[in-house]
Design a protein around this ligand. Structure first.
Ligand code: ATP
Length: 237
C-alpha cells in the first residue's frame, strides 16, 4: 500500500472570523519519525494539527498528501487532548475503527483483545468506556487510534493531566508506534516530553513557524532568541 506521506503544506492559512489563527505555513513532513509541535499558549499548536488532519479547512493555500484526500483520511488518526469515547464498552470502542474499515466482527474483536492486552486494558473490556479513569481513557483513545495501524497519528497533548507512571506508559506506546512505522505529529506543553520523544521540532509563535528542525540541534542551541527564551522557561509573547 502507498504511504500517504509526505504531507505538504503550501501557504496554508487558517482564519476564523477574519483573524488568522495559523499561517501562512510552508512545510513538508516525510514518512518517518516523531515531530513535536511546541510554542506558547495560543501560538496555534492545536489549530495546526487540526488543519493538517483536515478537521479545519484552510482558508488559503493547500494541505496535500501523497494520495487523494479520501484515501489519506482513512490512513490517519487523531487523539484529542480531552479523549472522547462512545457510550459503549471498552471493547466496542476499540473495534469501532476496524468495523468502519470493513473488518469482520470476529477478527475485529480478536484484534481488540490483543491491543487491549498491550495497553493494560484487558480487565476493562466489558466496562462502559465513559466510566474509565483519565489515564485509562487516554490509553483507550490511543489504542483505538492505533488499532488500524495508521500511516499518521496526530496527538494533541496526549499526556496532559496524567500522572508520571501513565505518562511514561503512553510515551512508550507512542515511541513503539513510531518505531512500527506510524508517523507521529504531536503537540505538547511538556518540554521534558518534547526532548524525550522528538526527532524533529516545530516551534510556533503567533501562528507561524518560527523555527523548525532536527530535535537535537534545536534543544542544544536554538537558532532564534525567542526559541531560546521559550526553552529557558521565559514568557514569550
Ligand atoms: N474556533 C476558534 N475561533 C476563534 N479563535 C480560535 C478558535 N480556535 C482557536 N482560536 C484561537 O486561535 C489561537 C490559537 O489557538 P490554539 O488552541 O491552536 O493554540 P495552542 O498553541 O494549541 O494553545 P494552548 O497551548 O493554549 O492549547 C488562539 O488565539 C485561540 O484563542
Amino acid at each position: 500500500m502507498v504511504n500517504v506521506l509526505p504531507l505538504t503544506l503550501t501557504g496554508a492559512v487558517l482564519t476564523r472570523r477574519d483573524k488568522v489563527l495559523v499561517g501562512p505555513v510552508d512545510l513538508t513532513l516525510g514518512a518517518r519519525g516523531i515531530t513535536v509541535v511546541i510554542g506558547p499558549n495560543g501560538s496555534g499548536k492545536t489549530s495546526l494539527l487540526r488543519m493538517m488532519h483536515g478537521l479545519q479547512r484552510v482558508t488559503q493555500g493547500s494541505v496535500d498528501w501523497a494520495v487523494p484526500d479520501a484515501q489519506a483520511r482513512r490512513r490517519q488518526a487523531y487523539v484529542f487532548q480531552q479523549p472522547i469515547a462512545l457510550r459503549r464498552s471498552v471493547l466496542a470502542n476499540l473495534i469501532y475503527p476496524l468495523r468502519l474499515h470493513g473488518v469482520p466482527r470476529p477478527q475485529a474483536e480478536a484484534e481488540g483483545r490483543a491491543i487491549a492486552a498491550r495497553f493494560g486494558l484487558s480487565g476493562k473490556l466489558a466496562q462502559s468506556a465513559p466510566s474509565l479513569s483519565g489515564g485509562e481513557m487516554q490509553s483507550l483513545a490511543l489504542a483505538r487510534a492505533l488499532i488500524t495501524r495508521p500511516d499518521v497519528l496526530f496527538a494533541d497533548e496526549p499526556c496532559a493531566a496524567l500522572d508520571g507512571q501513565t505518562t511514561r506508559r503512553i510515551e512508550a506506546h507512542l515511541t513503539a508506534a513510531a518505531g512500527a512505522g506510524t508517523r507521529l505529529i504531536m503537540a505538547t506543553h511538556d518540554m521534558g516530553q518534547a526532548r524525550r520523544l522528538a526527532d524533529q521540532v516545530i516551534f510556533l509563535l503567533h501562528g507561524r513557524i518560527h523555527e523548525m528542525g532536527d530535535a537535537r540541534p534545536f534543544f542544544n542551541g536554538p537558532a532564534t532568541p525567542e526559541a531560546a527564551a521559550f526553552l529557558r522557561g521565559d514568557i514569550v509573547d
